[in-house]
Design a protein. Structure first.
Length: 168
């Protein structure tokens, strides 16, 4: 079962992602569902199933890096990241996925709840070009079982992201 709420008001217990949206005055919709610890779908596809959304519009947040350089790639839940494309988009010679424990430390979120919004520090961010023309996309709201829906251009504005091809 999922729950949808429209929100534009700050509230106690808001995640950093929600606070970032509130601070930016960006319109969004919060959607929640019961996270299943036993699911083998992966967090993004679990959200797709639980919320009944199009997998091309539900986005996952991946951290990539090379040495001390770290960037954020936001891609559809049903797609795979092209690491060469990610490196090119982020201006790196090469990029590898950041291990989950490091991603948690860098972003301040737990895996499965990593949002491109409200991270501990602003990192270079790129959103897959395939979603640029959509009316809305969903990203993690900062915890497992919580997503926020918003326009892709608003997501880019709040995160300081650019759009680029990121998937094979």
């Amino acid at each position: 079962m999922s729950r949808r709420t429209r929100s534009r008001r700050a509230h106690a217990g808001a995640t950093p992602a929600i606070r970032a949206l509130e601070d930016a005055g960006a319109p969004y919709e919060t959607m929640t569902y019961a996270h299943d610890e036993r699911s083998d779908l992966g967090f993004g596809l679990e959200a797709v199933r639980a919320l009944g959304e199009d997998p091309a519009a539900v986005l996952k947040t991946l951290l990539v890096g090379e040495g001390r350089d770290v960037g954020v790639c936001v891609i559809p839940a049903d797609r795979r990241l092209d690491l060469k494309a990610a490196a090119h988009a982020l201006g790196m010679k090469r990029a590898a996925l950041i291990v989950p424990s490091a991603a948690e430390r860098i972003t301040g979120y737990v895996v499965g709840g990593i949002s491109p919004l409200g991270q501990r520090r602003r990192l270079p961010t790129v959103i897959d070009r395939s979603v640029e023309a959509l009316d809305r996309v969903l990203v993690s709201g900062g915890r497992r079982g919580m997503s926020v829906a918003l326009a892709p251009d608003r997501l880019a504005a709040v995160t300081g992201a650019a759009f680029a091809p990121l998937t094979a």
